[in-house]
Design a protein around this ligand. Sequence first.
Ligand SMILES: Cc1cc2nc3c(=O)[nH]c(=O)nc-3n(C[C@H](O)[C@H](O)[C@H](O)COP(=O)(O)O)c2cc1C
Length: 344
Amino acid sequence: MPTLRLGPLELETPVLSAPIAGFTDSIYRRTVRDLGGCGLLFTEMVWAGGWVQGKIDPGRLDGVAEEPRPLGVQLWDREPELIEEAARRLAEMHVSLIDLNFGCPKKRIMGRHAAGATLLRDPATVGKLVAAAVRGAGAVPVTAKIRLGPSLAARTATDVARSIQDNGAVAITVHGRTADQHYGDPCHLDLIGEVVQAVSIPVVANGDVHDVASARRTLEATGAAGVMVARAALTRPWIFREISAALSGTTVPPPPTALEQKTLLLRNHAAMVEREGDPRGTILMRKFACRYIAGAPGTHAFRDAITRARDAADFCDIVERLFPLDEDAAGAAIEPLLDEFACE
Ligand SMILES: Cc1cc2nc3c(=O)[nH]c(=O)nc-3n(C[C@H](O)[C@H](O)[C@H](O)COP(=O)(O)O)c2cc1C
């Protein structure tokens, strides 16, 4: 099995689970961990200033203190002292790795906060933020996640990546799109490859990896040391074990049976309701339930009903009645809805 070393952290497999706001909470992470094959899991992005200054309830850190390692936490902000303090707190929680977000194209983050992908215009500030995280993190390794630049006309990724490296980060993840491309155009694997050439620390390639073939293609075309998967894993959280098995030359395991998928869905719903109460937990679970079987034939009635589930009893009833236990529908060749998301 090829491994991936991120500073002091040795990952068992170079296949990583991306930070996804609104999705990669502790319940999702448990699912991915249980299914196996994932080298490193990330939280959703956490606003360092909001947390440190007590402006937000850092619910995105739920589970972080106690759940199994390795676990990475992603921070965003544009103030070095806030990043440093947040990193110091995370180090006290013994997280495995701290990642900084320089890729979020959301208007609120780029505009009002001038953070996320806005910082791709400013490699020097990116460097200061990385240096601050490294100071706060102590022995915990720091990484950063970037896009190719604000736009194709302003591709700053190589300068930004050098600044990240020079200020002490141990690896960089590159999503192969510019900020203004959101998720629309295909990823530019060649431009991820330029970043790989520009730095000596490991680069993890991200964007449009949705099966074994696209993972192989991405690694070959970019020369990256690993791949990170986001959207496809919301539909098929067992994708990590498939890619990891293929990369290590072992037999790719079959997807969970339809019954196993149904059991997983009910388990996650119960955990969500326990954490959030009902009906809030049920309402939050609707989006996961839809994606679990997105695109599979014969699932329309289930998706239609589950998006309107009112409470826990209603949710369970819909799953019992309509979850497609036909293996063809629930288990096989489910294509992720890659363009479904409007923003991150
Ligand atoms: C709904 C949504 C939320 C996201 N949240 C984050 C986030 O919190 N931090 C981050 O670095 N990237 C975030 N991303 C970007 C993904 O991590 C990833 O870079 C992008 O989706 C491309 O990978 P994919 O083609 O495998 O989905 C988000 C993407 C989506 C669709």
